[in-house]
Design a protein around this ligand. Structure first.
Ligand SMILES: Nc1ncnc2c1ncn2[C@@H]1O[C@H](COP(=O)(O)OP(=O)(O)O)[C@@H](O)[C@H]1O
Ligand SMILES: [Mg+2]
Length: 442
């Protein structure tokens, strides 16, 4: 492959050309955009690796020229941390990927290999390959709404990139699914994907869990232990509920992202972290930084690429394809049927547990109904799955309050029809009517 390196900073340019030439790539250099354009007139390059900010013709200008005039030259943008939004913009306009400065020259090689592999795998151009990838993603992250289409485009773009990702969204909106998908389509796909649930282990052990510990690092550390970062080397680490990392431990994570090295607890020896980080949160992380429970510098380091997953109630248009997809997964080879009024019913529910709740309601209805899914079955599942607000107080009061909520919800799901509501709760009509009366619900 022939590579053109464009950077006005001489030291960086020369050292990158050296590394790439040593790596077996036929590499040429240009000191600015204008010089690059001159070279491109007479010579074909497979990849142009260019700085974003340069005098006169900058990386964006160069990209525009390449995309308009040379169909199949891939562009990699080198950018400072502060210009990442511009680099994301560049990817949307056809750059293959971007890499944030400062970076070690070697880290660019897997990206070049990825471009070579994509070219080999596809009979057409790199653009064809990107379209094919998008089609694959569509079979995993389903939905026809504009919002989900955008998410898929972002996922595809994240797959060509190595930058840190922040996933935000309510529970059940697909954060885990997206983290896994990004890994599976990235150049790291043959290395491990390691999920760390930041909320599940004792807070004081979180550093040892993430970075491992040396023998004797603390009482009880009889043996050295690998951390999740050790296991994830070469691959992706997914920090689920990252906001649960206590404030005093956040600084170490910040250090890893900035320096790309980490130390085991109780050991001064740094290990290089060749790892992509994806973090998720159900919270409004920016608000947490204002409250002082989350470091704002860490927030900005995590939030390089941001995907905000919409709650299901914001894209009800996707219910039919989601139901179809989920039932395919649940039923496997078995037959199933949906009663005519099921879709209409599903769109009245607000799905506080999002796609996960939908999947569970469908699964339980599928099992109870032996494959025949009806509104009655679904409504019962949805009512039972809706978490009632947790109450405290005298037992009797809590029971009364919960009972009242169940009655109200059953009535709501049944559209006010009392006998249908009684059936949803598996209650005799007379019992149901008496209870309504007792709660003053008529
Ligand atoms: N757009 C989608 N297409 C297909 N399945 C989805 C979609 N969104 C969520 N799911 C499914 O919903 C369930 C919950 O998703 P998950 O990624 O665990 O959510 P979160 O991590 O945000 O709580 C999983 O079974 C996942 O596969
Ligand atoms: Mg999750």
């Amino acid at each position: 492959m022939k590579i053109l390196v464009v950077d006005d900073e001489e030291i960086k340019r020369v050292s990158l050309v050296d590394t790439l030439s040593d790596g077996g790539y036929h590499t040429t250099a240009a000191a600015d955009g204008a010089e690059a354009l001159d070279l491109l007139k007479n010579e074909r390059f497979d990849v142009v690796v260019t700085d974003l900010r340069m005098p006169q013709i900058d990386g964006m200008g160069l990209l525009k020229h390449i995309k308009n005039n040379i169909a199949d030259t891939a562009v990699i943008m080198m950018t400072a941390y502060g210009s990442i939004p511009l680099a994301v913009q560049a990817m949307k306009q056809g750059a293959f990927t971007f890499i944030t400065k400062p970076f070690r020259n070697e880290t660019i090689i897997p990206l070049l290999e990825r471009i070579r592999d994509d070219r080999r795998a596809s009979t057409g151009t790199l653009r064809d390959k990107i379209q094919a990838n998008l089609a694959d993603i569509e079979s995993i992250i389903v939905g026809d709404s504009a919002i989900i289409r955008d998410i898929r485009r972002m996922v595809e773009l994240c797959g060509r990139n190595d930058a840190t990702i922040l996933l935000t969204g309510e529970t059940g909106t697909g954060k885990d699914l997206i983290a896994q998908t990004v890994h599976d389509i990235s150049h790291r796909r043959s290395a491990p994907f390691v999920k760390v649930n930041c909320s599940t282990f004792p807070q004081h052990l979180i550093e040892s869990e993430l970075f491992g510990h040396a023998k004797g690092a603390f009482t009880g550390a009889d043996q050295p232990k690998n951390g999740k970062f050790d296991v994830a080397q070469g691959g992706t680490i997914y920090l689920d509920d990252v906001d649960d990392i206590p404030l005093e431990h956040q600084v170490k994570l910040l250090g890893v992202i900035e320096e790309k090295v980490y130390e085991r607890v109780g050991s001064p020896m740094p290990t290089e972290a060749d790892i992509r980080i994806i973090a998720s949160t159900k919270k409004q992380l920016l608000a947490e930084t204002r409250k002082g429970t989350f470091r704002s510098d860490l927030y900005y380091r995590l939030n390089v690429l941001h995907l905000n997953l919409p709650p299901l109630r914001k894209h009800p248009k996707d219910l039919p394809v989601l139901v179809d997809h989920l039932l395919g997964r649940i039923a496997k080879e078995q037959d199933y049927s949906l009663a005519d009024d099921v879709m209409a019913f599903l769109s009245t529910h607000t799905w506080p547990g999002n796609v996960r709740e939908l999947a569970h309601a469908l699964e339980r209805s599928f099992l109870t109904g032996n494959g025949d899914i009806t509104v009655d079955l679904l409504a019962t599942e949805a009512i039972l799955a809706d978490p009632a607000p947790t109450q405290t107080g005298p037992f009797k009061d809590v029971v009364m309050q919960t009972e009242r909520e169940l009655l109200e919800r059953a009535l709501m799901h049944a559209g006010g029809n009392k006998s249908a509501a009684a059936r949803l709760l598996g209650m005799k009509f007379s019992t149901f009517r008496d209870k309504l009366a007792r709660h003053g619900l008529f």
